[in-house]
Ligand binder design. Structure first.
Ligand code: S3P
Length: 441
């Protein structure tokens, strides 16, 4: 089967209402926490993407069963440390850094060695950031110089830890929180702020976790070894998927879009702050709170005059997965946009900072780089008519989405490879685009 698409025309004006794929971070967390709850949890609107399906396969390998009945995933947990683990278990996290790092947190007390593997991209990502705290808890870990494959063997002599998490990584923070559930005593984390879905879900489950937020840090304390009951959860839309449709609308002509029921957790909406500062008029309507998470419909329309931004680095963590598409807006804005301290972008599914710059240059935008800071010289008149083939961009789903949105808004004749990368986070992406009039072959 072919694994590429062609886009040869810009999208025509649209005025539409859509729903994007469910939130990946929340989908993965809801499964992992259901695997630790007592009883049958019922999860609806779960994102059925590869990363999430790999999470389901993982808990099944660890002895937790689930059944999909109509659109409800029923997951039967046996409490904290309730996994039923067999000898020589191998877990394949596929492309998912979130699954790989979070599941390690739940394995600090396993009685047998478990091997964790992943795909080519995940095998290039450094795990030292989680290996270090896991060893402090007492887990025995062997790795390939901090890369996969990793072997973890739990211990019965777990101890709570005090840890400073200063990268601002929700994966590291959540890995520690999940280990703390297994450990006796109180674990304390001083974490640079990052998405807080794990904490909010545990609060919603009435788990004894305390959080004190300051402007840049969170002081979190977790009392270990408390059981919690099974729960019901309905997963909202993913702002990281909505981001591509928001930018599609802003850069199209005379178009409007409503994106229904999206998670607008303050730790995730850096892109909205950034784009509104650049002149977009994105609004949230029908706001509500569901199980501790903020949800809203997003209203967005086309915008001709966009301004450059001097982006404060304190927004980096809340927009970390969205910078690629934000760069495209900067490419169309008047003036020089500045982004700082974006080294974390290079630690994702691909080296996204390097590849983002390569992409901007490919479409004729001047970019200056100093270490992990970049200046993008915008060109509001930028339209494309050349032929482009996207092939050396390492199967990163977000680079695939970026290429499609660029083709549909700026023009040119595009062949975009690695179509199946969309399955990792947003399988319905192309279908939604076609429904709103995009011509994709
Ligand atoms: C995620 C956290 C972020 C993000 C990733 C999902 C999560 O990674 O980039 O796509 O669900 O915890 P880091 O925690 O490494 O920044």
């Amino acid at each position: 089967m072919t694994n590429h698409i062609f886009i040869k025309d810009r999208i025509k004006s649209f005025n539409t209402k859509i729903t994007v794929g469910s939130d990946k971070s929340i989908s993965i967390r809801s499964i992992l926490l259901a695997s630790q709850a007592v009883g049958v949890s019922k999860i609806t609107n779960l994102l059925e993407s590869d990363d999430v399906l790999n999470t389901l396969k993982t808990i099944r390998k660890l002895g937790v069963s689930y059944k999909k009945i109509k659109n409800v995933y029923n997951i039967e947990g046996y409490g904290i440390n309730g996994f039923n683990i067999k000898k020589n278990t191998i877990i394949d996290a596929g492309n998912s850094g979130t699954l790989a790092r979070l599941i390690l947190g739940l394995l600090v007390k396993t009685k047998y060695k478990i091997k964790l593997i992943g795909d080519k991209s995940l095998s290039k990502r450094d795990f030292s950031r989680v290996i270090k705290p896991l060893r402090l808890f007492g887990a025995n870990i062997k790795s390939n110089n901090n890369f996969l494959p990793i072997e973890i063997e739990g211990t019965n002599f777990l101890r709570p830890i005090q840890y400073s998490e200063d990268i601002g990584s929700a994966q590291v923070k959540s890995c520690i929180i999940l280990s703390a559930l297994n450990s006796p005593g109180i674990t304390c984390i001083n974490a640079k702020r990052s998405r807080d879905h794990t904490e909010l879900m545990l609060k919603f489950l009435k788990y004894p976790i305390k959080i004190k937020n300051s402007s840049e840090f969170q002081a979190i304390s977790i009392q270990g070894q408390n059981q919690f009951n099974a729960f019901n959860y309905n997963v909202p839309g993913d702002i990281s998927s909505a981001a591509f449709f928001i930018v599609l609308t802003i850069l199209s002509t005379k178009s409007k879009m409503i994106i229904k029921n999206v998670n607008i957790n303050p730790s995730r909406i850096g892109i909205i702050t950034i784009l509104n500062k650049m002149g977009a008029a994105i609004k949230f309507k029908n706001k509500k709170i569901y199980n501790g998470e903020k949800i809203a419909d997003i209203y967005v329309k086309s915008k001709k005059n966009l301004f450059s931004i001097n982006c404060p680095s304190k927004l980096n963590s809340s927009a970390i997965d969205e910078f690629l598409i934000i760069f495209l807006v900067a490419a169309k804005a008047k003036g020089v946009s500045r982004f700082k301290e974006l080294g974390e972008m290079n630690k994702k599914e691909s080296k996204r900072l390097d590849l983002g710059i390569k992409f901007l240059k490919l479409i004729g935008i001047k970019v200056d780089r100093y270490k992990n800071n970049i200046n993008i010289r915008g060109n509001p008149d930028l339209f494309l008519s050349d032929n482009f083939e996207m092939k050396d961009f390492l199967k990163d789903h977000r680079i695939f989405f970026l290429s499609c949105i660029t083709a549909l808004t700026l023009g040119g004749k595009w062949k975009i490879n690695d179509k199946d990368s969309i399955n990792s986070s947003f399988p319905s992406f192309l279908k939604i685009l076609k429904n709103i009039g995009a011509k994709i072959n």
